[in-house]
Design a protein around this ligand. Sequence first.
Ligand code: NAD
Ligand code: LMR
Length: 340
Amino acid sequence: PSIFRSVRSAIAGNIPRRAYSVDSVPERKVAVLGAAGGIGQPLALLMKLNPLVSKLALYDIAGTPGVAADVSHINTRSEVAGYMGEDQLSQALEGSDVVIIPAGVPRKPGMTRDDLFNINAGIVKSLCAAIAKYCPNALVNVISNPVNSTVPIAAEVFKKAGTFDEKKLFGVTTLDVVRAKTFYAGKANVNVAEVNVPVVGGHAGITILPLFSQATPKANLSDEDIKALTKRTQDGGTEVVEAKAGKGSATLSMAYAGAIFADACLKGLNGVPDVVECSFVHSNVTELPFFSSKVRLGKNGVEEVLDLGHLSDYEIEGLATLIPELKSSIEKGIKFANQS
Ligand code: NAD
Ligand code: LMR
C-alpha cells in the first residue's frame, strides 16, 4: 500500500515534492494518546514518516519528552511536540484532525481482552471527555482494548457532551486485516502485497470474522484450510501475547496497522477518492449498534458503511455465533459510560 511508498521516500529523506508538496497537501494535526507505550512509540515513528501529517502531538502520562525529542530529529515534514500529564492534554488535543488512542494496559498470557476493561474503560472515558472538550471535530481512532466495549464508551461520552458524530468514531481493527492478509498469502501461496481480505464483526476472539470467501486473489483452499486460517486470525493477538510471555501484546504490527488506518483517515479528509478500510463503527449492517465492516472514508470521516456482501455458509454461521458476545460487550461499555 501507499504507506510503504510514503515511508520509503521519507526514510530516504526524500519527500517527493510534486506528490506531497507542502503547498498542495493540507495541514493536518495528529495526536497520539499513550505515545510513550509499546504501540505509541513505533506509531509515533510511523506517523512522523507520513508526509500527510504537519503537526504530531505525542501525549502520555509519562515519558513523552524523550520520545518527542527523539522522533523530532527525523527530517520529515511534521513538527513534533511532546505533552505529559493531564494539564497538558488540552494543548496536545487542540486543533487535532485525527486522534489515535493506544493508551491503556495490554494483556498478559491467560487474560482475555475483556479482563482489561476495568482499567482501560476509565482511561478511554477520560480521554474522550477531553476530546469532546478540546477537539470535538477530530476523527477518533480507538486502539485501546477491549475495542468492542471502548468504542461504545467513547460514543456515550461524546453523546453526553453533545459532540457525538457517528462518522468520526472508529475502532481500529486493521490488525485483524493485516493478519488475515498475511496468513492467507502464506496458505494460498500468492503475493501478499496483492491480497485483500475483509474482516468484519468485532475485535476479540470469535467476534473477529475474516471473510476468506471474499479474499482476492482467489485460491482454491479446502474447508479445513479456511477453518484453520479463521482460527489463526481470531487467535492472532493471543499468539503474540503468549510469545511475549508476560511482556505485553502486539506492538509493532499494531503500530503498522494503526499507521495504515490513520493514513486512510487522513487521505479521506484530504478528499482522496475510494479509500476503503475495515473498521468498528456505528452501523446498521446488523442489528448491533456497532460493527466492523468495510467503510468508505471521506472528508467528514465515514462516508459509507458497506454491507457484508455474499457470505459462505461457514461465515453465516460465524456471524450468528458472534452476535450475542459482541452485543454483550457493547452493552457493557454503554452501561459503564452511563453509570458514573
Ligand atoms: P503499553 O503499556 O506498552 O502502553 C500504554 C501506554 O498508555 C503507556 O505508555 C501508559 O503510560 C499510557 N497511558 C496509561 N494511561 C494513560 C492515560 N490516562 N493517558 C495517556 N496515556 C496513558 O501498552 P501497549 O502495548 O501500547 O497497548 C496499549 C493498548 O492497546 C492495550 O489496551 C492493548 O490491549 C491495545 N491493543 C489493541 C490492539 C488492536 O488491534 N486494537 C492491538 C494491540 C494492542
Ligand atoms: C491484538 O489483537 O493483538 C490486540 O488486541 C492485543 C491483544 O490483547 O491481543
